[in-house]
Design a binder for this molecule. Structure first.
Ligand SMILES: Nc1ncnc2c1ncn2[C@@H]1O[C@H](COP(=O)(O)OP(=O)(O)O)[C@@H](O)[C@H]1O
Ligand SMILES: [Mg+2]
Length: 135
């Protein structure tokens, strides 16, 4: 993840394991390496849907996203994840080569598009890039 660049570097990395094995610690190390290389890092606590939406809204606000998109995310609109990734695909300033960490994903459905499907279907919050299927 640290050495590959550009479009091809867009990828998903899943750290799985019991609580306490060191997932967040490893993600924090990776985040520090990104920062050291001048790459943006976004860290979102996805323990529950409200926390996820709050984190995404904060990212979008910093990237200057339109109010309608912030509202969609706030209101948990079904199109919110699609719009988020479409917005990122336009590569707004400050988003290039970013690391987006979803921490505390104990309930995977929180990351899914509608809260009941799987985050692995590429329709939710976890994606490589707009429109592409995950891993
Ligand atoms: N490689 C490691 N060596 C020793 N201690 C570690 C290591 N990785 C994590 N820890 C410690 O283990 C504890 C749990 O780590 P954490 O990253 O919070 O786990 P998780 O996110 O998987 O629940 C923390 O106190 C952390 O400092
Ligand atoms: Mg953790």
């Amino acid at each position: 993840m640290l050495t590959r660049r550009g479009r091809r570097a867009s990828q998903v990395l899943v750290l799985a394991g019991m609580g306490g094995v060191g997932k967040s610690t490893l993600a924090l190390w990776l985040a520090a390496e990104f920062r050291r290389r001048g790459r943006p890092v976004w860290w979102v606590n996805v323990a529950d849907s409200m926390s996820l939406r709050g984190g995404i809204v904060e990212i979008l606000r910093r990237l200057g996203a339109p109010e309608s998109l912030l509202r969609d995310v706030n209101d948990a609109a079904p199109t919110a994840a699609d719009r988020f990734w479409t917005f990122l695909a336009e590569r707004p300033a400050g988003s290039r080569n970013a690391l987006l960490v979803f921490d505390n994903a104990d309930v995977p459905s929180v990351l899914a598009a509608d809260g009941t499907s799987t985050p692995a279907d590429g329709a939710g919050w976890v994606r490589k890039a707009a429109g592409s299927s995950p891993w």
